[in-house]
Design a protein around this ligand. Structure first.
Ligand code: SAM
Length: 252
């Protein structure tokens, strides 16, 4: 018996991996985070028990996992996006380890990837930004030392801020001293869902644009010059004079 933590992807049921889909269709027990995982992701399942964990607390969820273990039944534990990012799987894994229950994590397409796809941009452009910081908005005291927004903003690289859209005004105030008021920024709401929507602008204009759309939750804030860069370096990967193992026979 194994508990499979499966990444469902950002919303579009076609953005789950083949492995995740196969496991959902073969596990006799499914627990899914119904607030962010669409029911369509479960299509084709043959499970005898399907439980939406949105209204459950940790002990109740763990109770279902232990029960499945007693019955010798595999569990598909379905989380949104990639389970390793803000998925709260760490605390479930802690209980599984304590009980000696095997588990496996099946990665998924994270919201940041879906948002970049929707905007049609590369988040790592040569000479503009070569790093991407995935973070969440938290009140200062709930963030580990050195991870307050102002600390991260000092790098001035691309930022993807989760769980922050309802604090957008405060976020922008913290970022402007580092990125400048005219830094490109976007809010993407429910990327890959049928009602997906987004706004693009600058740090100065973003709060009003987002407010006008009424974005309150399930939205990602993206910040950085990559979002509107017109000048950037060329990647050596596709440069005609760059020889590598797959082109030109040079193994260097
Ligand atoms: C609890 S976190 C889960 C993240 C998820 N594990 C992932 O890898 O995308 C939920 C937050 O992720 C972001 N998010 C998740 N799905 C999204 C989507 N389809 N479009 C935009 N943002 C999304 C929002 O900031 C939302 O509040």
């Amino acid at each position: 018996m194994t508990v499979y933590f499966i990444g469902a992807g950002p919303g579009d049921p076609e953005l789950i991996t083949l492995k995740g889909q196969r496991l959902i269709r073969s596990c006799p027990v499914i627990l899914y985070a119904g607030s962010l995982v669409p029911r369509a992701v479960l299509e084709g399942h043959l499970a005898e028990r399907v439980i939406d964990t949105a209204p459950l607390h940790l002990e109740q969820i763990v109770g279902h996992l232990l029960e499945a273990h007693r019955r010798g039944q595999d569990v598909a534990r379905v989380h949104s996006g990639d389970p390793s990012l803000y998925g709260a799987i760490g605390e479930q894994i802690e209980h599984l380890r304590a009980a000696g229950i095997p588990y496996e994590i099946v990665p998924g397409v994270t919201a940041t990837s879906a948002c970049a796809a929707l905007l049609g941009v590369e988040l790592t452009l040569p000479d503009v930004a070569q790093s991407l910081i995935l973070t969440r908005y938290g009140q200062n005291r709930s963030m580990p030392e050195g991870e307050r927004l102002a600390d991260l903003a000092r790098h001035r690289t691309t930022l993807a801020i989760h769980l922050g859209v309802s604090h957008l005004k405060r976020i922008v105030e913290e970022l402007i001293p580092h990125y400048g008021a005219d830094c490109p920024a976007a809010v993407v709401h429910r990327a890959s869902w049928p009602d997906q929507d987004w706004v693009t602008g600058t740090l100065a204009t973003l709060p009003a644009l987002s407010e006008a759309k009424g974005f309150r939750r399930t939205a990602l804030i993206l910040v950085g010059p990559v979002l509107a860069a017109e000048a950037f370096g060329r990647s050596s990967l596709y440069s005609a004079d760059h020889r590598h193992l797959y082109r030109g026979g040079d193994e260097s």
